[in-house]
Design a protein around this ligand. Structure first.
Ligand SMILES: Cc1ncc(COP(=O)(O)O)c(C=O)c1O
Length: 473
C-alpha cells in the first residue's frame, strides 16, 4: 500500500477537488461548504488531521492549512489546539454566538443567559405603558430625534438609579446605547484600530469574541484561575505585545463565574497604568450591590469604561443600556454612535428609565435575585459532588465534566435527552484548547419544576459512561 492509499483509507472526509476551478484551497473549501450543507458533515464532526488529508490528496500540508484557515474565516469550522478542526453548529455565523431560544415542547433550553420571565414583569409593563399613555409630553419627546449622547432627562434618571445601587456616576459620564453588546462593539470600534490588540480572560463572553473578530482586531487570551484573570500572565503578555484595551468581567465572568478579589483588581489597575491600557468593564451580568466589589471605573476612573444594560434585570428585548466613559473619550464615542445611528431610540429609553426611576423595577429585580438563588441551590442539590463553579447570583454555572467526558459529546447526549446546552468552545479566545466543561443556564426555564427536570436528566447523564469514540485506524 502506498502512503497515499493508506492516508485515503484513514480519511473520514475525502473531498474530490476539481483542480480546473481556480486555487485548490478555495475549491476544497467550497466542497467542504457543500458537504456541510448536504449533511455529509455534521456540526461537531472533526476534519481529518492536516498531514493525513494532504497525503490522501497528494498536495502540500500548506494547501490544507490554507484550506482550514479559509474555512474558519468563512465560519464553517472551528480550530482548537488539542481537539482539531471541527464543523461549526448551524445556529451561528460566529462560533456558538446565538441569542434566540431553542426551547420547544420536547426540550428545555439551558443555553441562554436570559432573565426569568414572570407574570409580574408583564403586569408591570402594562401598568407602566398606561401611565406613560397619560403623559403625552414625555411620549412626544421620546419620538423626537435624540442627542447622540442620549436624552439628558433619561441619563439623569439612570444615573440616580445607578447611584442608589452603589454605582455612583454623573449623567454627563453616560452615553446611552442599545444594550450591552452595542456598548461593547462601539467601544472597540471607536477606541481600537484594526490590527491593534485587545485582551480578555481566556474564557469570555462570545459577543466580545464576535465583536473583535468582526472588527478585525487581534484578540489575546489571558490565562485565568478561580479568581479570573491572572495579573502575572497579563504582565507577561503586555511585555510581549502592545495591547490597547483590556476587557473585564470582575464580578462574575461569563461563563466561568470567577470573581475578582480587591487585590486582584488593584494588581490589574497597576499593570494597566504602567502599560497604558484602557479598561472596559462589562457589568451586563449585573449582581446586587452586596455581592459587588469595587468597579474598575472607581479604581482607575481616567482609563475605565463601564457597561450597564437592562437586559439581565428587565428585558433583553428593550435593547437599552449605557456606557460610562472618562470625559476625554466621550466626544469620540458620541461621534461614533452618531455616525452609526444618530442616537439610541427614545421610546425604549423612556420605558426603561421610567421603569427604573418609578421604583417598580426594584420589586422585580429583588424577586429575580431570590429566584436565581433558589435555582442555584437546586443545581447544587441535583448535581452534588460534581465540579461546579458559579456565583450565588449568577444566571449560569460552569460544570467541569468528569473524566472521560468530552464537552462536545456531553452537549450532544444532553440534546438527545431534551436538554440544550453549550460547551466551552464558543467562550474560548483564539485557538487555545477548550476545557471539557459546559455552561448551564438556570434562568430560561419558566419555573423551577422545568429546571429540575432538566437537571435530573443531566445528573443521569453524568452518572453514565460517555459513548465509545469512533476509532480511526
Ligand atoms: C457579559 C455580557 N455582555 C454583554 C451582553 C449583551 O448584553 P445586551 O443584551 O444588553 O446587549 C451579554 C449577554 O448575555 C453578556 O453576558
Amino acid at each position: 500500500m502506498t502512503i497515499q492509499q493508506r492516508a485515503r483509507a484513514r480519511c473520514h472526509w475525502m473531498p474530490k477537488p476539481d483542480r480546473s476551478r481556480g486555487p485548490l484551497y478555495k475549491t476544497l473549501v467550497d466542497q467542504l461548504a457543500a458537504d456541510i450543507a448536504s449533511g455529509v458533515l455534521k456540526p461537531g464532526d472533526r476534519l481529518p488531521p492536516q498531514r493525513l488529508l494532504a497525503d490522501a490528496l497528494e498536495v502540500t500540508v500548506g494547501t490544507i492549512t490554507r484550506t482550514y484557515r479559509e474555512a474558519e474565516r468563512r465560519g464553517l469550522v472551528d480550530a482548537r489546539v488539542g481537539s482539531g478542526t471541527r464543523v461549526r453548529g448551524q445556529h451561528s455565523s460566529i462560533p456558538g454566538f446565538h441569542h434566540l431560544s431553542r426551547a420547544t415542547d420536547d426540550n428545555i433550553d439551558l443555553s441562554l443567559s436570559t432573565p426569568i420571565v414572570s407574570v409580574q414583569r408583564s403586569q408591570q409593563l402594562a401598568d407602566l405603558m398606561q401611565q406613560l399613555a397619560a403623559r403625552p409630553d414625555a411620549l412626544a419627546t421620546s419620538l423626537e430625534y435624540q442627542p447622540e449622547q442620549g436624552n439628558a432627562a433619561m441619563r439623569e434618571q439612570l444615573a440616580t438609579w445607578l447611584g442608589s445601587q452603589g454605582l455612583p456616576m454623573g449623567p454627563g459620564e453616560l452615553l446611552l446605547t442599545e444594550g450591552g453588546q452595542h456598548a461593547d462593539y462601539l467601544t472597540l470600534q471607536t477606541l481600537v484600530r484594526p490590527g491593534e490588540a485587545v485582551a480578555s480572560d481566556a474564557l469570555t463572553y462570545p459577543g466580545m469574541i464576535a465583536a473583535a473578530r468582526q472588527l478585525g482586531l487581534k484578540h489575546l487570551p489571558v490565562p485565568m484561575d478561580t479568581e479570573g484573570m491572572r495579573p502575572d500572565a497579563l504582565e507577561r503578555l503586555c511585555q510581549q505585545q502592545r495591547i490597547r484595551l483590556l476587557y473585564l468581567m470582575p464580578e462574575h465572568n461569563n461563563p466561568t463565574g470567577a470573581c475578582m478579589t480587591r487585590e486582584r483588581r488593584e494588581a490589574i489597575v497597576e499593570i494597566a497604568r504602567r502599560h497604558d491600557l484602557l479598561l472596559l468593564e462589562d457589568g451586563v451580568q449585573y449582581v446586587p450591590a452586596d455581592f459587588r466589589g469595587q468597579p474598575f471605573y472607581r479604581l482607575a476612573p481616567e482609563r475605565s469604561l463601564y457597561i450597564f444594560s437592562v437586559s439581565k434585570i428587565l428585558a433583553g428585548g428593550l435593547r437599552f443600556g449605557a456606557l460610562r466613559a472618562p470625559a476625554n473619550l466621550m466626544p469620540k464615542l458620541s461621534a461614533a454612535l452618531r455616525a452609526q445611528c444618530w442616537a439610541t431610540p427614545g421610546l425604549p429609553g423612556l420605558v426603561a428609565c421610567e421603569w427604573l426611576a418609578s421604583g417598580l423595577a426594584d420589586g422585580i429585580i429583588d424577586w429575580h435575585w431570590q429566584e436565581v438563588r433558589g435555582r442555584q441551590s437546586l443545581l447544587r442539590e441535583r448535581l452534588a459532588g460534581y465540579d461546579i463553579q458559579s456565583h450565588p447570583c449568577s444566571f449560569h454555572a460552569w460544570l467541569h465534566l468528569p473524566e472521560p467526558w468530552r464537552a462536545v459529546d456531553f452537549v450532544r447526549r444532553a440534546a438527545e435527552r431534551g436538554v440544550i446546552l453549550i460547551g466551552s468552545d464558543p467562550f474560548c479566545v483564539g485557538s487555545q484548547p477548550a476545557p471539557q466543561a459546559v455552561r448551564i443556564c438556570l434562568t430560561p426555564p419558566p419555573d423551577r419544576a422545568a429546571l429540575d427536570r432538566a437537571l435530573q436528566q443531566l445528573g443521569e447523564l453524568l452518572a453514565q459512561a460517555p459513548p465509545v469514540q469512533a476509532m480511526p485506524i
